[in-house]
Design a binder for this molecule. Structure first.
Ligand SMILES: [Cu+2]
Length: 162
């Protein structure tokens, strides 16, 4: 084979691999499964788009977090980036307080935590209510919590406020 043919084959392989990696990176956003010192878990997504909203709308993005390890996993320090964003957690029919920025929570709310048994799922609702702090255009807000008081998980909601 000539050098020209070989380099065409080589470049094609590079292109195919590039497409493959870009494609798999995109699909990773839907399911995150991580293996580290804190154990394994599955998160439905790290980022959700609430779409178009008016200032008077209130929308909730629902995330699910599942403990896929064989040990219990403690979830704590639920808080949000902004007072217009609230988080509520449901585990086995039990509902947490409504979490907000640390400065807007009582010490009991800040101290709330829950042991998630192996195989158990936490449903985490992140609600964005622009009227509490009106802004227009594309926004991003976060909600964070900790696993075993070490690893921080960040859930992001985005929207376009009209
Ligand atoms: Cu805000």
């Amino acid at each position: 084979m000539s050098k020209f043919v070989l380099s065409v084959i080589g470049l094609s392989l590079v292109a195919i691999l590039a497409i493959y990696f870009v494609g798999s990176k995109g699909s990773e956003e839907n399911t995150v499964s991580t293996n580290s010192l804190i154990g394994t878990y599955e998160l439905s997504s790290e980022k959700m788009n609430l779409g178009e909203m008016t200032v008077d709308d209130k929308k909730t993005a629902n995330f699910t977090f599942r403990n896929t390890s064989s040990e219990k996993m403690n979830l704590s320090r639920f808080e949000t980036s902004c007072n217009c964003t609230m988080t509520e957690v449901k585990i086995n029919g039990e509902t947490s307080p409504m979490f907000n920025m640390p400065a807007h929570m009582s010490s009991a709310e800040r101290a709330w935590n829950h042991d998630l048994a192996p195989g158990e799922t936490a449903e985490i609702g992140v609600t964005y209510e622009p009227a509490l702090m009106p802004v227009y255009g594309p926004i991003e807000r976060y909600s964070t919590f900790k696993i075993n008081n070490s690893k921080e998980i960040r859930l992001t909601v985005s929207a376009n406020v009209k």
